[in-house]
Design a protein around this ligand. Structure first.
Ligand code: AMP
Length: 288
C-alpha cells in the first residue's frame, strides 16, 4: 500500500494502473476510520481491482461554530486500518493542496440541500459537493463508495453526477451499527458515557417507526410523534429534526405511499449525531 500526499503523485499512480486496464474504486473519507469506513473499503475491494481511499478533513463543509479544529485526526492508525483492509493507495492531501488559492469555484446542488441537515448546516453540502468534485477529478476512479449513514449526502452526490454527466458510478453501502444499534461514527468518541448509552435511542426510534409502518400505520404525523416519544425518554437528547421525506426528492411526505427516507438529527451535549432508515414497504429491511 502506498500513502501519497500530493495531487501529482496520485494522478501518476492512478494513470499507470488505468493503463493496465484495472477497475479503480474510490472511498472518500475524513479519516478517524472505523468499521463504517472499513465496510465501504471492503465493498470497493470486492468490486474493483485497485482501491483508493482519501483522508481529508475538508474545511469548507464545516460551519464556523462546528468541530473542524477538534475533528479527530490520526493518519498513522488510519494507514494501518487501510493496509489491513487491502487498500492500494491512501491519498492524504493538505488543505493547501486541495485549496491552493482562495476558492472561487463552487459546485452546488440547488435542491435537495436546503432541507434536513442542509437547513441546519448552511453551506455544508456546497463544501461536500465541491470537495468531491475536486477529489473525483484527481482520483479519476470508475466507482465511488458512500455510506447510507449520510443518506442526504449520497443522494446529493448522485444527483450532482447525473446533472453534470459525470461517468463515475456511485455505490451506496448500508449503515454499519454498534451492537446496540447506534450508527458507527467518528463523532461517537465525543460522547460522555451516559450520552453514549442514551444515543442508542436514535436507532431505536427509527426501528419503532419501521415497525409501526409495517403494521399499517402510514400517517407521517403519527410516526413522527412515536419517534419523538422514544427520543423524549432521554433528557440528554435534543432532537434537531425528525422527518419522513420522499427518497428521491427529499420532499416531506404526509403519508407513506412511496419509498421514504426517515431521517433524524439530534444533539447529545455538544455532539451532533444523525441517522436514518429507508422505508420501502415493498422490501424487507430499513437499511439498503
Ligand atoms: P466521513 O469520514 O464521516 O466523511 O465518512 C466517509 C464515508 O463513510 C461517507 O460516505 C459516510 O457515509 C461513510 N460512513 C460513515 N459512517 C458510516 C457507517 N456507520 N456505515 C456506513 N458508512 C459510513
Amino acid at each position: 500500500m502506498q500513502i501519497v500526499k500530493t495531487i501529482a503523485e496520485v494522478r501518476r499512480l492512478v494513470s499507470t494502473v488505468r493503463q493496465e486496464g484495472k477497475r479503480i474504486g474510490f472511498v472518500p473519507t475524513m479519516g478517524a476510520l472505523h468499521n463504517g469506513h472499513v465496510s465501504l473499503m471492503k465493498t470497493a475491494r470486492k468490486q474493483c481491482d485497485y482501491v483508493v481511499v482519501s483522508i481529508f478533513v475538508n474545511p469548507t463543509q464545516f460551519g464556523p461554530s462546528e468541530d473542524f479544529e477538534k475533528y479527530p485526526r490520526n493518519l498513522d492508525s488510519d494507514a494501518i486500518t487501510c493496509r489491513k483492509t487491502g487498500v492500494d493507495l491512501v491519498f492524504a492531501p493538505s488543505v493547501k493542496d486541495m485549496y491552493p488559492r482562495e476558492n472561487w469555484t463552487w459546485v452546488e446542488v440547488e435542491n435537495l440541500t436546503k432541507s434536513l441537515c442542509g437547513a441546519h448546516r448552511p453551506g455544508h453540502f456546497r463544501g461536500v459537493t465541491t470537495v468531491c468534485t475536486k477529489l473525483f477529478n484527481i482520483v479519476d476512479s470508475d466507482m465511488a463508495f458512500f455510506g447510507q449513514k449520510d443518506a442526504q449526502q449520497a443522494i446529493v452526490i448522485r444527483r450532482m453526477m447525473a446533472d453534470l454527466h459525470l461517468p463515475l458510478e456511485i455505490v451506496i453501502c448500508p449503515t454499519v451499527r454498534e451492537s446496540d444499534g447506534l450508527a458507527v461514527s467518528s463523532r461517537n468518541q465525543y460522547l460522555k458515557p451516559t450520552e453514549r448509552k442514551d444515543a442508542s435511542l436514535l436507532y431505536h426510534a427509527l426501528t419503532i417507526c419501521e415497525d409501526l409502518a409495517r403494521k399499517g400505520e402510514n400517517r407521517v404525523k403519527v410516526l413522527i410523534a412515536a419517534m419523538q416519544q422514544v427520543l423524549g425518554r432521554s433528557v440528554a437528547i435534543e432532537p434537531e429534526y425528525i422527518q419522513i421525506v420522499d427518497l428521491d426528492t427529499l420532499e416531506p411526505l404526509e403519508t407513506i405511499d412511496r419509498p421514504a427516507l426517515v431521517a433524524l438529527a439530534a444533539r447529545l451535549g455538544t455532539t451532533r449525531l444523525i441517522d436514518n432508515i429507508i422505508l420501502d414497504l415493498n422490501v424487507s429491511s430499513g437499511d439498503v
